[in-house]
Design a protein. Structure first.
Lengths: 234, 390, 166
């Protein structure tokens, strides 16, 4: 993270100078590339901080198996998903008051942009596993195919992925092939829709728009200096 | 009293028998018992649907979501300081600890480092929230096995810690004290000396609990050999905190990846226990509270002077990028994966909460267990519903 | 029983009955979230002892309580359980809504799974604001409720229309 903490994640009880090169993570990346070959479609290495790799969707479970048995990443951290669609509701929290006070415009990008290690589809699944013996960790992402919205399940490799995949299915609508039983984990059974998708609106904000900075009463002593937003407590 | 190995053997045989039954006839045998969502013995609104055969559980299915408030969606429409206010309420017992990994992730994206004084005070408050959280667990575990009195001691001694946190931050819990780049305010005068007194009292409380609860024969009979988690299964499910250290795995994020908190300046120890049963998890947590008081004492002696806040703009726009920071929270390992697109609000925040992973082992763990032991096991895993359901 | 309902009880006896009722409330702890911890501190900690007000936090079953303190966020999944538990309480019953989540949805006012206030489901007598309210605030809420009980007209409560919640 910053330069003050010297032991970085890949040290094997030895001091390492993680200045510009990150030998531990580079070795991890090499091992993964060697095993996965073409399935590894993107990667991002932040020296001293983290390694992110992106794999093809059909290699999602194989990557997990290799990480667990071949590279010693026995600790399962989490599995989740990201929706890269720019929200059609803007930031959903700009009121005219905020815009006039701070002059910020709501961002309305039409294009989809992706994060570290790139991406091509609207949904991505991402996961993180740790090797707690050597203190290493890696983030893995995969594009979810648009037509089927299905990726292989990790339950055969890490038993703990069961609940995480149920949550991703419920919140995003992504199916996991090979999962013993995808059913609701948080929401009541009759809930319609996938809440974490960007086009799922927060209805309370649709019905009553964000009122912005509201000053109920002036602080004692500066009655006239009260904010010129004109909004009163409603 | 049955020997631990005999107990483990009995449990193993019972689990095998339960499995065999499940394979033969799926749903027609036995009774379905619904525990919760309002139940004095569950830590909040958790519902467990247990299929029983007599007194033994064949299959247990936790039904969650009764406290699901939609955190990950709400963080997408709130600015970073507003998110800090909101995430206090995930693990509502040790609440300063929830803010820290998120603030560290945002600082990592902004490439800002909090000044040393702020790092020190952050670590002190972090450890104090651990003490406040686990002290309640120590009292509550006794309630789970039937001893009602220790929880009153726990509440009384927790008040001392809450007093100190309130003096420094203004809120008993939900302090909303952490800011990107530092802290909101400096410590009040006399706080350091008072906190040292409080740490002495907490050590006294630990001794009380050790003699009252841990040495009690009934407590030992009810917790030794119950709910054994082998280390490799625990790793697969992603258990963390005292749950995995109680199974003998020596992993503590404070020591291995301190990230921005100053654990490398302090002389302290990680406690593990090889047994993996409920008693060992309780034991590890008790030692951790003692260790936390020692850490706080050492940190209080060496707080550097200096500014409390780094130079950050008043309106915080975090540059685009992704960052993941995890810390050793009172309940386990908590992490935030923050994806930012350079805006006032985060784009996506994935909250890796400790109790979600800790709970995910319950369907496996509760097979073949007797009904009274369900409560003991759930108590020893120590989850907070807000942490599971987010 | 007949005397109270018909309203022919002299005022002195009514106030005596009300006083005895207000000082012997049995509270059912509907502790959902963070406010439950403050409620636990109010009930269980020797510092903010609630038993000195006559309120006893012992019962684990709603069928033996007069007062329920809804503390914490009520989600849509939990709402039917709240209603069912309220209906299980015997009359006369009172509800204190503790904390901003139970009052109006609180910090989660825009969430897709939170009920914006428990008064959408059950009738509330006293609202205690705060996030979380200090234990002293909860004690003040209980004192206000006791004042209300003292001034209550039992006949009107029994004779009037039942509180219909749909």
């Amino acid at each position: 993270m910053s330069s003050t903490d010297t032991p970085t994640e890949e040290t094997d009880a030895e001091e390492t100078d993680a200045t510009a090169t990150d030998t531990g993570r580079e070795a991890m990346l090499e091992q993964l590339t060697g095993e996965l070959g073409d399935s590894l479609v993107g990667s991002h290495l932040e020296p001293g901080i983290d390694l992110t790799v992106r794999v093809a969707a059909d290699a999602w479970a194989d990557t997990a198996a290799f990480l667990k048995t071949g590279m010693g990443f026995a600790y399962f951290n989490f599995v989740s998903a990201i929706d890269w669609l720019p929200s059609p509701f803007g930031r959903d929290m700009d009121s005219q008051v905020d815009i006039s006070l701070e002059g910020s415009e709501p961002k309305e990008t039409e294009e989809m942009t992706w994060g570290l290690a790139g991406g091509e589809t609207r949904f991505q699944v991402f996961a993180r596993v740790n090797d707690i013996v050597n203190h290493r960790a890696v983030t893995i992402k995969a594009d979810v195919p648009e037509d089927s919205l299905t990726v292989p399940s990790w339950v055969g490799v890490y038993a703990g992925a069961n609940w995480h995949e149920r949550e991703a299915w419920e919140m995003f609508g992504i199916s996991f092939e090979g999962h013993p039983g995808l059913r609701h984990i948080y929401l009541p059974g009759e809930f319609e829709g996938n809440p974490m998708r960007k086009d799922f609106p927060l209805l309370a904000r649709r019905v009553k728009p964000w009122p912005g900075i509201v000053d109920v009463e002036a602080m004692p002593g500066d009655d006239d200096e009260a904010d010129a937003d004109g909004e009163d407590a409603s | 009293m049955t020997d631990i190995s005999d107990r483990q053997q009995l449990n193993y045989i019972a689990a095998q028998a339960a499995d065999a039954r499940l394979n033969l006839e799926l749903e027609t045998e036995g009774m379905t018992l619904n525990i919760g969502p309002q139940h004095p013995a569950t830590h909040g609104t958790l519902r467990i649907v247990a299929k029983l055969d007599g007194e033994q559980v064949i299959a247990a299915d936790p039904v969650m979501g009764y406290m699901h408030r939609g955190y990950e969606k709400l963080t997408e429409v709130r600015t970073y300081p507003q998110v800090t206010t909101l995430i206090n309420r995930i693990d509502w017992l040790g609440s300063f600890a929830n803010e820290v990994p998120f603030i560290l992730a945002a600082e990592q994206l902004m490439e800002v480092e909090a000044p040393p004084r702020a790092q020190w005070i952050r670590t002190i408050l972090f450890e104090m929230s651990r003490i406040a959280n686990v002290v309640l667990f120590l009292g509550d575990m006794a309630v789970q096995v039937g001893a009602v009195t220790p929880v009153f001691f726990a509440f009384r001694d927790r008040e001392h810690i809450l007093n100190q946190i309130e003096a420094a931050t203004g809120g008993r819990f939900h302090p909303n004290f952490d800011r990107i780049g530092g802290l909101k305010d400096d410590l009040p005068a006399g706080w350091v000396a008072e906190t040292k007194q409080v740490m002495k009292k907490m050590r006294g409380f630990c001794d009380e609990i050790e003699t009252l609860v841990m040495g009690n024969e009934i407590f030992q009979t009810r917790t030794r050999g119950i709910g054994v988690i082998p280390a490799d299964i625990g790793l697969q499910y992603g258990l963390s905190g005292a749950n995995i250290r109680g199974s003998g795995v020596d992993w503590d994020v404070r020591r291995d990846n301190p990230n921005g908190l100053v654990y490398d300046q302090v002389d302290w120890k990680v406690w593990t226990h090889p047994d993996g049963d409920s008693f060992s998890r309780f034991w590890v947590r008790l030692q951790e509270v003692r260790e936390a008081t020692k850490i706080v004492d050492q940190l209080l002696d060496t707080i550097p002077a200096g500014p409390i806040m780094a130079k950050v703009p008043r309106i915080i726009k975090v540059p685009a990028g992704e960052a993941y920071v995890e810390t050793e929270n009172p309940l386990g390992v908590m992490g935030y994966y923050v994806i930012s697109k350079g805006d006032l609000v985060p784009y996506r925040v994935k909250i890796r909460s400790a109790s979600f992973n800790n709970m995910s082992i319950t369907p496996w763990l509760l097979k073949g267990v007797y009904v009274p032991d369900i409560v003991t096991i759930l108590g020893s895993l120590y989850f907070i519903l807000g942490d599971i359901d987010r | 029983m007949g005397l109270v309902e018909s309203g022919k009880v002299p005022k002195g006896i009514t106030s005596l009955l009300n006083m005895s009722r207000k000082y012997s409330l049995w509270v059912y702890q509907w502790g959902l979230a963070c406010c439950a911890i403050e409620m636990g501190a109010a009930f269980g900690s020797p510092r903010y002892d609630v038993m000195r007000l006559g309120v006893i936090p012992l019962p684990a079953s709603p069928r033996q309580t007069d007062l329920v303190v809804v503390s914490g966020t009520v989600t849509d999944k939990m709402a039917p359980a709240v209603k069912r538990l309220y209906e299980q309480m015997p009359e006369p019953k009172y509800v204190i809504s503790m904390g901003s989540c139970a009052n109006c949805g609180g910090p989660y006012w825009d969430s897709y799974s939170v009920t914006k206030g428990v008064d959408q489901i059950i009738p509330v007598d006293v609202y205690v604001p705060g996030c979380p309210p200090r234990p002293e605030a909860l004690l003040e809420g209980i004192v206000l409720l006791q004042e209300r009980i003292q001034n209550e007209d039992m006949a009107a409560r029994w004779k009037g229309e039942a509180i219909v919640v749909d």
